[in-house]
Design a protein around this ligand. Structure first.
Ligand code: XMP
Length: 304
């Protein structure tokens, strides 16, 4: 069992010791980076600049939401959409996509740090991110996806030994709003791991709209550990009286304790049908919706 108060106290002291000067923190608005931001702010105060990069791979309404939540923390919002899309162009291999996102994140942060005279990058990597990257399962953008040469004096990861449920306990103790402490995980590489194959603006638009529908229908009512939509490929369909070649969307809803293993949720048929009819009805280019039954293992939670 994590001793939450002890952890908070010790990690603040450790950040004070490890960071000698200005630092930036990579804030995504998820529970990990938000907890990290609060700890780092308590440790080094005004020497910290929180930076949110709008990668273009985020969920619907995310940028506006994060600006509102962190309004009193001098959050800097950086528009990185063009750079991320350019870095992902032509990549279809999941690992190459992760590396492209990881590299672009770091280059964006390096530039922002340079402009502010900051030599340290603080980020919310947690324990499962590390073991899955080190174990070669996949590169989490904020671990194995990092380039080997980085222009920082130090990368500080205060949550690197914690599991997600422990991070949530810390978040509650720090009085972060439930909107953050109880929020579903969202992967660092964003919607790029919910698109099979090359990431394009068109696919992003489709998968973003599908994710918004899935969250609206499932999050409050069924409290899944995680739920989302992924874009698979194209398949034939009939819309109106016309045969179409439309996108296939896979719906995922899992229960889990820490993300290391997961079970597909047994959702009622009516809700599955409702989500299918909303997705195919509201997104004209989607012709098919599937429900993913696979536990982790053998699948992972995300599709890439
Ligand atoms: P998988 O897909 O490996 O995901 O079963 C386990 C959990 O981790 C999240 N995830 C990530 N989180 N950076 C992150 O910070 C990443 O690169 C990343 N990839 C996956 C995923 O959403 C799930 O909650």
């Amino acid at each position: 069992m994590l001793k939450v108060n002890k952890f908070i106290h010790e990690s603040i002291e450790k950040i004070k010791k490890d960071v000698n000067g200005r630092a930036i923190i990579a804030l995504s608005g998820g529970v990990d980076s938000s907890v990290c931001a609060v700890l780092a702010h308590r440790a080094i105060g005004q020497l910290l600049t929180p930076i949110y990069i709008d990668t273009g791979l985020m969920r619907k309404g995310e940028t506006a939401r994060i600006k509102k939540i962190f309004a009193d923390m001098d959050l800097q919002v950086v528009d990185g959409k063009t750079n991320f899309l350019r870095a992902l162009k032509g990549h279809t291999d999941p690992e190459k996509k992760r590396k492209a996102v990881g590299e672009t994140f770091i280059r964006e942060f390096e530039r922002e740090a340079r402009e502010r005279g900051a030599r340290y990058l603080i980020q919310g990597t947690i324990y499962p991110d590390r073991i899955e990257s080190e174990g070669g399962i996949k590169s989490h953008h904020n671990v194995g996806g990092l380039p080997s040469v980085m222009d920082f004096e130090g990368i500080v990861e205060p949550l690197q030994d914690l599991y997600k449920d422990e991070v949530r306990e810390v978040a509650r103790e720090l009085s972060l709003p439930a909107e953050i402490s109880e929020r579903m995980p969202f992967p660092g590489p964003g919607l790029s791991v919910r698109i099979i194959g090359e990431v394009t603006e068109e696919k992003l638009e489709v998968v973003r709209a599908a994710n918004a529908i899935v969250e609206e229908e499932l999050v409050e009512q069924f409290a899944p550990w995680q739920t989302f939509a992924a874009l698979i490929e194209k398949g034939t369909g009939v819309k109106g009286d016309v045969r179409v070649h439309g996108w296939i969307i896979a719906l995922r809803a899992v229960s889990s304790r820490d993300g290391m293993t997961a079970e597909a949720m047994e959702l009622p048929w009516e809700i599955l049908r409702k989500i299918e009819s909303r997705i195919t009805g509201e997104i004209p280019t989607v012709s098919r919706v599937l429900y993913d039954l696979t536990p982790k293992p053998p699948a992972t939670i995300e599709f890439e």
